[in-house]
Design a protein around this ligand. Structure first.
Ligand code: VGL
Ligand code: ZN
Length: 208
């Protein structure tokens, strides 16, 4: 049994004060730290949204579009986001209170300006893989608990891909260690994760 914890995008950009803030995004940091300190996990992995300044998911790259409009990217409908998590900026850095010393591996994503990458495993068009599934397979991971920001985007896409790309691995979503952008979207995301075989748990059931 190799147990892994996957922390999704716990970055300044998705916390209050960031460029794409998620309500109470910072409230998950102590929970993530407690999970990392619990001794439960053999491996801790974190993903990091890591966009070039000209990323095509940014409304700023589309004349006439405002953040949260629906636009188009490489011919497909795309939510227009505010500029966020630009490579090397403080917005892209992990939250300052996150115990990054306990992270074994960081998977960056979202570098290709022509496609968005909500999942830590592959781009939204499912063409290019990040390498994370091969990494977790090489470590013999049998259980993957995941949490982070935002539940209705990167956490959900990562959880659903984990079930599909890591056959036989138990995948759990830790609800209280996650926050989402849109409340209705969060409810739908949890239903979709459940339907795809993701277990929904809280940190209470995982911590000693
Ligand atoms: C995310 C929107 C755009 C996320 C990343 O981490 O959930 N959402 N980029
Ligand atoms: Zn992004």
């Amino acid at each position: 049994m190799t147990k892994a914890l996957l922390l999704i995008d716990i970055q300044n950009g998705f916390c209050p004060g960031g460029n794409l803030p998620v309500a109470e995004g910072d409230a998950i940091v102590p929970v993530a730290n407690a999970l990392m300190a619990s001794g439960r996990y053999d491996l801790v992995v974190a993903s990091q949204d890591w966009h070039p300044a000209n990323h095509g998911s940014f409304a700023s790259q589309h004349p006439g579009k405002a953040p949260f409009d629906i636009g188009e990217l490489s011919g497909k409908p795309q939510m227009m986001w505010p500029d966020h998590c630009v490579q090397g900026t403080s917005d892209a850095a992990f939250h300052g209170d996150l115990d990054t010393a306990k992270i074994d591996f960081v998977q960056q994503k979202g570098q290709n300006p022509a496609v968005d990458s909500y999942s830590a495993f592959r781009d939204n068009d499912q063409a290019a893989l990040t390498g994370l599934s091969d990494y977790l397979k090489s470590k013999g991971v049998t259980e993957l608990d995941l949490c982070g920001l935002a539940t209705d985007y990167c956490v959900k896409f990562s959880a659903v891909d984990a079930v599909e790309m890591l056959p036989g691995v138990t995948v759990r979503f830790i609800e209280d260690a996650s926050r989402g952008i849109d409340p209705a979207g969060v409810t739908a995301a949890i239903e979709e994760m459940k339907a795809r075989g993701v277990e929904i748990v809280t940190s209470k059931t995982l911590l000693p």
